[in-house]
Design a protein around this ligand. Structure first.
Ligand code: BGC
Ligand code: CA
Length: 347
């Protein structure tokens, strides 16, 4: 029985190959070759997100192996839903989706299911119940809490090494928190675990401010401007959920007379993007946590590529799927001492 099915498949395969060859023979030689490449539809939640531009680049590096259609969802979930419809109508064989709203996974899954297409979510993690609801859905990202814990460890070590940073000498860290997008698993976990880690290390904290800068540099600067006007030197630490906001805060601090004449403010971020590495090297930033854009982008491509060809998503790759249907690329704490690790990851 099995053999018979295989035989039929083999014949079907031959017929299909025959068709492809025929097309190639009739003049358009390139068509046969590009016909072998799977078509993959990719959405990025918004192109002007610093970190996502590196993930996109890592995905697009593989453009020779597949026909990639990559679109900018411009931070608009309704727009992204329409883009997914268009990608499906264009005949993509797999979807790679960076959701705008992490809660919108079920709507995308419904579309993928109706078209019987695999879908690889990335960066904005869907709920487990959404992922488990469709056998052809997977996730590529990180273990969000790990970044918070590592950021907390950087804060603890730096604080212990610099007793002079406790400007009011009360033994507590008076901090401000630049939060990413509310409801984003990375933002929620980093906000919680960075502080939990500091407290667990026996250091008391006092939160002066916590607001969302929406992962954005300009918003980070605006918030820091306002907080400096309000609290001035009462602020002893700036903790940012990502580097873009940390860089905005550093701009504000520089404009407000910090980093000269003995005036200093410790700032930490997450991502370890190249601009942040420069600030760390020059001593304006205490540290960051490498969010490995290169490997996340590569994993997204590899899984989508395999799935598009009807293979198991991790077949023949270095990636491991957990019970949670996720590939999680590890974070790495980055300070002046190990900048080269992050430099490598953004090459
Ligand atoms: C990154 C942020 C980015 C966000 C986008 C996070 O993992 O750290 O820099 O803005 O993803 O979803
Ligand atoms: Ca203090």
């Amino acid at each position: 029985m099995k053999r018979k099915v295989l035989a039929i498949l083999a014949v079907a395969g031959l017929v299909l190959t025959g068709c492809g060859g025929g097309t190639g023979g009739s003049g358009s030689g390139g068509e046969g070759a590009s016909g072998d490449k799977p078509k993959i539809g990719v959405t990025i939640y918004k192109y002007d997100d610093n970190f996502m531009s590196f993930v996109r680049r890592a995905i697009e590096k593989n453009a020779d192996k597949a026909e990639l259609i990559v679109v900018d969802s411009q931070n608009d979930q309704a727009k992204q839903n329409e883009q997914v419809d268009t990608l499906i109508s264009k005949g993509v064989q797999a979807l790679a989706i960076n959701l705008v709203n992490p809660q919108a996974a079920s709507a995308i899954i419904a579309k993928a299911r109706a078209a019987n297409l695999p879908v690889i979510f990335f960066n904005k993690e869907p709920s487990q119940s959404d992922l488990q609801s469709y056998e052809k859905a997977w996730y590529v990202g990180t273990a969000s809490e790990e970044s918070g814990i590592m950021q907390g460890q950087i804060i603890v070590e730096a604080w212990k090494a610099h007793p002079e940073w406790d400007k009011n000498g009360d033994g507590k860290i008076q901090y401000v928190m630049l939060k990413g997008e509310p409801g984003h698993p990375d933002a929620e976990a980093r906000t919680k675990y960075s502080i939990d880690t500091v407290v667990k290390a026996g250091i008391q904290v006092e939160k002066l401010e916590e607001q969302t800068g929406m992962w954005d540099s300009v918003k980070g600067k605006e918030l820091m401007d306002a907080w400096l006007a309000k609290h001035g030197d009462k602020i002893e630490f700036v903790i940012a959920n990502n580097d873009a906001m940390a860089l905005g805060a550093i701009q504000s601090l520089k404009a407000n007379g910090y980093f000269r004449d003995g005036k200093f403010m410790p700032v930490v971020g997450v991502d370890a993007i190249p601009d942040a590495l420069t600030q760390i090297r020059e001593g304006y930033m205490v540290g960051s946590v490498l969010n490995d854009a290169k490997n996340q982008g590569q994993a997204v491509f590899d899984l989508a590529y395999n799935a598009a060809l009807g293979k198991h998503p991790t077949e023949g790759t270095q990636w491991k799927l957990g019970e949670d249907k996720a590939v999680r690329v590890p974070y790495v704490p980055i300070t002046k001492e190990n900048l080269h690790i992050a430099e490598e990851a953004y090459k």
